[in-house]
Design a protein around this ligand. Structure first.
Ligand code: FE2
Ligand code: FE2
Length: 314
């Protein structure tokens, strides 16, 4: 399949074409990171912490689904991007899982929540349709590829947001956590088109392919919102430093949004109608330049590149 059939037009996105996607073997030292890594902002801290609950299982699942679909890829350019994407997502998954260990060390056990997330990705969205539903294997794979593309729409939006969320720096957010979020966010912007291109390539003919893109986003957006609210409520309820304090509330959430510590509802919500446009392509999302600039200065990414050790930065 050629580049235009994938929806990639180098004239529209000179930055996207030819930009190599490759994992950076980063590591983070969590020993100094406090539980409330945005000081005095438990709601913003835990709303962002939901990423650590969802991503280890979610991104591991992306890699599995893509591995299943690899034999369907006959475009060498896409294949290269897909392999880079898989390497990046596998690394993200592992690094977020380390944060869960760090939360557990601070007496915040996330197991009862993440077990549900594991069930969602491993059983409900596993290799075979759940409950013996007689869905042809090829269709089931296409459906899951479309779900990955829909989720990646939000990871690109969140990635771009965190790269420019200066309020987090002003609020004194922990530098290691900010680096994790921005390294990850930058790689999300870097590979923002890959899951979409993969879906377009493997998703069969239109109009069914386009209809499936709409349907899966219509399911993915509310499920993600629900998982997020549930996750934030879980973390706040089980936070040992908040014993007896108020639970997760929309009012506190919106207060953090007003301070610029969380993305606005409009930033998140507008990603959906954009994705619904027939001519849509994620190369329009965010700023690849900002992402690449961040990766050039990220302590973890630089250490991974061997440019400079962390000790030298301190
Ligand atoms: Fe990721
Ligand atoms: Fe991603």
């Amino acid at each position: 399949m050629n580049a235009s059939a994938n929806g990639r037009d180098p004239r529209e996105n000179p930055w996207g074409e030819g930009h190599e996607i490759a994992p950076r073997r980063v590591s983070f030292d969590w020993r100094e990171t406090p539980l409330h890594w945005i000081p005095d902002e438990p709601t913003a801290t835990h709303v962002i912490n939901v990423l650590h609950l969802l991503l280890p299982a979610g991104e591991r699942w992306f890699v599995k689904v893509f591995k299943e679909a690899l034999p369907l890829v006959d475009d060498p350019v896409l294949l290269k991007d897909v392999k880079g994407f898989m390497g990046q997502e596998a690394t993200h998954s592992v690094q977020h899982a380390y944060v869960l260990n760090h939360l557990a060390e601070q007496r915040l056990d996330t197991g009862p929540y993440t077990r549900h997330v594991d069930y969602l990705f491993e059983i409900l969205l596993g290799e075979r349709p759940p409950f013996g539903v007689p869905w042809p294997q090829r269709e089931w794979l296409r459906f899951r590829l479309a779900i990955v593309a829909a989720i990646e729409q939000f990871t690109a939006v969140l990635g771009d947001w965190v790269l420019s969320a200066d309020a987090l720096d002003r609020a004194g957010a922990d530098e290691v956590m900010l680096d994790l979020l921005r390294w990850h966010g930058a790689e999300e912007v870097e590979h923002r088109s890959v899951a979409f291109d993969m879906y377009q390539h493997c998703g069969g003919p239109d109009p069914v392919r386009y209809a499936r893109r709409l349907e899966t986003m219509a399911v993915t957006a509310p499920v993600m919102l629900w998982l997020w609210g549930w996750g934030a409520a879980y973390l706040i309820r089980h936070d040992p430093q908040l014993a007896g304090r108020p639970r997760y509330s929309l009012r506190e959430h919106n207060r953090a949004v007003a301070k610029g510590l969380l993305p606005t509802w409009r930033e998140l919500g507008s990603a959906v109608p954009r994705y619904f446009r027939r001519s849509y392509h994620p190369s329009q999302e965010g700023s690849l330049r900002r992402a690449v600039d961040y990766l050039a200065t990220s302590p973890a990414a630089r250490a991974a590149a061997g440019a400079v050790g962390r000790a030298a930065l301190g």
